[in-house]
Design a protein around this ligand. Structure first.
Ligand code: PEP
Ligand code: MN
Length: 262
């Protein structure tokens, strides 16, 4: 918290790339890594747009065990290879302590999903890892609970933590979740960490994702995470909230403009 440190955290990767409060970070990619071809086409697009971080799950926390649960470590290997060949960082979810070691060489940012925000064993273990952690807010977690979870990683010795608002469960089923924009200025005030927003999960409906990304940027978000796919309607998970490549390209332009305006 601010009581501990007044200076804002700057996360620096070995090649000098940073995540901080001084620039807008865009993280984009499919909900799930589905094939090598998909990784190649996504990397190509990101490179073209100057986006330096690709997301994609290979271990997927699915509500039903019969849904697609990801390609596992084999998927992560080609995901990582194509990213590294193109200077793009790999952001992917780790679901369990036992996965950390085998994922380590292929990952640049370990994502902790909403469902694991209070997996304290996992947070403790990530506190001992020397790679950044992107911590997503739990489905019904308060902001102070999110900050306490970040504290687990931080106090374990890993100070490179990113907080991510991704919507909470409300009473209104019009949308998948309710994106809590209040979270952003609060987290920025109480902590020194970069604060990201994931409007894809936060809204859950493709046509409203971009406008809520803009709203998050105006609320002072330092980064935006977006789900994208060349054919969203064919995505193996979360297609309904996923932007097409063209929609993404337009959004990147408008997000940067919004950021520069603020
Ligand atoms: C995801 O980013 O693909 C994901 C599963 O998100 P969350 O943990 O926020 O539901
Ligand atoms: Mn998803």
């Amino acid at each position: 918290s601010r009581m501990w440190r007044t200076q804002d955290t700057v996360i620096e990767f070995p090649d000098g790339l940073t995540i901080s409060r001084d620039e807008l970070t865009i993280v984009a990619g499919p909900c799930s890594v589905e094939s090598e071809e998909q990784v190649v086409e996504t990397v190509t697009l990101l490179k073209q747009k100057g986006v330096r971080f690709m997301r994609g799950g290979v271990f997927k926390p699915r509500s039903s065990p019969y849904s697609f649960r990801g390609l596992g470590i084999d998927g992560l290997k080609f995901f990582s290879k194509h990213c590294r060949d193109n200077n793009i960082k790999v952001v992917t979810e780790v679901m369990d302590n036992s996965q950390i070691e085998k994922m380590y060489d292929y990952v640049d940012v370990f994502q902790v999903g909403a469902r694991n925000m209070q997996n304290f064993d996992l947070l403790d273990a990530l506190g001992k890892v020397d790679k950044p952690v992107l911590l997503k807010r739990g489905l019904s977690a308060t902001l102070d609970e999110l900050l306490s979870s970040a504290e687990y990683v931080f106090s374990g010795g890993n100070e490179d933590v990113i907080l991510c608002e991704r919507g909470v469960r409300g009473f209104d089923k019009t949308f998948r979740n309710t994106l809590d924009l209040n979270a952003i200025p609060y987290l920025k005030e109480k902590s020194h960490l970069p604060v990201f927003c994931d409007p894809s999960h936060g809204v859950g409906v493709r046509q409203y994702v971009e406008v809520m990304a803009m709203a998050a940027i105006m609320a002072n978000a330092d980064g935006i995470m977006l789900e994208i796919h060349s054919t969203p309607e064919k995505a193996l998970s979360d297609g309904f909230q996923t932007l097409s490549f063209n929609e993404f390209a337009d959004s990147v332009r408008r997000m940067r403009k919004t950021y520069n305006f603020r």
